[in-house]
Design a protein. Sequence first.
Length: 186
Amino acid sequence: MRVTREKAAENRARIVETAARLFREKGFDGVGLDAIMKEAGLTHGGFYGHFTSKEDLAAEAVARALEQSAGFQSRYTNVADFVSDYLSESHCADRANGCVVAALGGEMARRGEGVRSGITSYLRTALERLAGLFRGTAAVRRRRAITTLAGVIGALTLARAVEDPVLSEEILSTAREVFGSSRPAA
């Protein structure tokens, strides 16, 4: 039975959303196409009607997750609120729906051009947006944006990695304190 273009587009979007969630939760190599398609409610055989490879799906899924992150970041008008929300316990606990960079950053370095160009473009835009929340010269704002973004992503990654909830919260709260101010560090 032939599906309509609209249904095919809907199925593709569902595959991408499912893959974005499962890749963040389990890693690129931690989930196979069969699991992605099953979770999306589709058959494994239908995958190649939408994508040429898992790498193509990874690029599109990462792009979708990065769009969601950009939407998350764009709503902030000050650094403190961004840092507080990004380093919250709920964001830390929700790997499948949280920051794709914190979930897959190390793995992205070993992916193909599609994934890497997507993260590069996203980071350029995210740094510009974050720099706009700081005061000072353009160079100072840029350095603060890089330091803050690297710091919060690193803190979230570490907080998720440890098995001790007390240590995890200590990492989050310390990073919130250090990075949650728009004032330059003394």
